[in-house]
Ligand binder design. Structure first.
Ligand SMILES: C[S@@+](CC[C@H](N)C(=O)[O-])C[C@H]1O[C@@H](n2cnc3c(N)ncnc32)[C@H](O)[C@@H]1O
Length: 299
C-alpha cells in the first residue's frame, strides 16, 4: 500500500469534513446561537462565542471521548432550563474530565451545580452479555474490560481546575451502584456516558425519578444497540420506573452533528421526561407527504 499516495487524499477528506462541519454550524448550532437560548441567564451572542471557543480548545487539551459540538448541544438545553427550575446538572462517566470541564463552564454560568459520578477507576467488570456492543451504524463492535476508560479523581480535578469551572463541581467517587443510592437532589439535566448497559440501567433507575418534569436526559451511547434498546424496553421501564419506555432520539445513529462517510451522525442521543405534547403541532397523516416531487399525487 502506497501511503504517500494516500496522504493527500486523507488530508483533503479531513479538510472537506472540517469545512462541512463549519458550513453546517448555523444549522447544527442554530438553537445554541438563537437569541432566546441563555437570555434568562444573561448569556448573549458574545458569551456564547467565547464559550464555544473554550470548549473547542478544551477538546484539544484534555483526552476526551466526546466532542465539543456534542457538549454545545447539551449546553443549549442547560441554557434553556427556566431559571426558577430547581436542580443540578448530573454527569455520569467523566473519564479524564474533558466533558466535565466543558459542562462545568455552562453549569457555573447558570449558577447550577455539576454533580459528577464516576468510579475514577474505569469500568467495572462487565457482565458477559455487556462485554461487547454492536454499533451497526459504524460497522463496529465495541468491547469493554474492567478498568478501561480510567481517569483518576486527581487528574479530573486538575483538568477541570485548569480549563473548566471547578467551583461548580461536586464529585461522587465510586461505582454508581454504591454512590447513587444516597443522592436525592433535584436534577434538571442528566448526561450519561457510561459504556455499559448495566451502568446505564443503574443511572436511569436512580436519576429518572429526580429529573424535573421537562428535563432532558442525554446518552452518549445511543449508537450501541444494547443501550439504545433500553430506551424502548417497556418491560424494563414498567418494572423499574413504573411507566412506559420513553424512546430516545438518535437511536442507532446519533443526532446528526458530525459529517461521516455515510451521513451526519454522533454518539449523542436524548430523551425528555415529560415532553409538553399540548404545545406540539398536530399533523394529520392523510396520505399526502410534505415533500412533493410531483405536482399531483393522483397520477
Ligand atoms: C466513555 S467514559 C466517559 C467519557 C467522558 N464523558 C468523555 O467525554 O471524555 C466512561 C466512564 O464511565 C465510568 N463508568 C462506567 N460504568 C461505571 C459504573 N458502574 N460506576 C462508576 N463509573 C462507571 C468509567 O469509569 C468511565 O470514566
Amino acid at each position: 500500500m502506497d501511503l504517500r499516495g494516500q496522504k493527500p487524499i486523507s488530508i483533503l477528506a479531513r479538510l472537506y469534513r472540517l469545512s462541512l462541519l463549519a458550513l453546517s454550524a448555523p444549522i447544527v448550532l442554530g438553537e445554541y446561537f438563537s437569541a432566546d437560548t441563555g437570555s434568562e441567564y444573561g448569556v448573549g451572542f458574545g458569551t456564547k462565542c467565547a464559550l464555544a471557543g473554550k470548549m473547542l480548545l478544551n477538546n484539544m487539551r484534555i483526552p476526551t471521548g466526546s466532542s465539543f459540538v456534542e457538549h454545545l448541544i447539551i449546553a443549549t438545553k442547560i441554557l434553556n432550563v427556566p431559571k426558577e427550575t430547581e436542580g443540578s446538572v448530573v454527569e455520569c462517566g467523566c473519564y479524564m474530565g474533558g466533558s466535565t470541564a466543558n459542562l462545568s463552564l455552562v453549569a457555573g454560568r447558570c449558577d447550577r451545580r455539576l454533580d459528577v459520578f464516576d468510579s475514577f477507576e474505569g469500568m467495572p467488570e462487565p457482565a458477559e452479555g455487556d462485554r461487547s456492543h454492536v454499533l451497526i451504524g459504524s460497522r463496529e463492535v465495541h468491547t469493554y474490560d474492567e478498568g478501561s476508560w480510567r481517569g483518576s479523581l486527581e487528574a479530573v480535578r486538575r483538568n477541570v481546575a485548569a480549563f473548566g469551572d471547578i467551583s461548580a463541581c461536586t464529585f461522587h467517587e465510586g461505582y454508581f451502584e454504591d454512590t447513587m443510592e444516597d443522592f436525592d437532589e433535584p436534577v434538571t439535566l442528566a448526561f450519561l456516558d457510561v459504556g455499559l448497559r448495566a451502568s446505564a440501567e443503574t443511572c436511569l433507575e436512580h436519576l429518572w425519578p429526580l429529573l424535573s418534569r421537562e428535563g432532558y436526559l442525554f446518552t452518549h451511547d445511543v449508537k450501541h444497540m444494547e443501550i439504545a434498546s433500553l430506551f424502548f424496553d417497556n418491560e424494563w421501564w414498567r418494572e423499574h420506573l413504573d411507566r412506559d419506555a420513553p424512546g430516545v432520539i438518535g437511536a442507532g445513529s446519533g443526532i446528526g452533528l458530525h459529517p461521516k462517510s455515510n451521513g451526519f451522525g454522533s454518539l449523542l442521543g436524548y430523551t425528555v421526561k415529560e415532553p409538553r405534547l399540548h404545545a406540539f403541532k398536530e399533523v394529520a397523516e392523510e396520505g399526502a407527504g410534505t415533500y412533493r416531487l410531483r405536482a399531483s399525487t393522483d397520477d
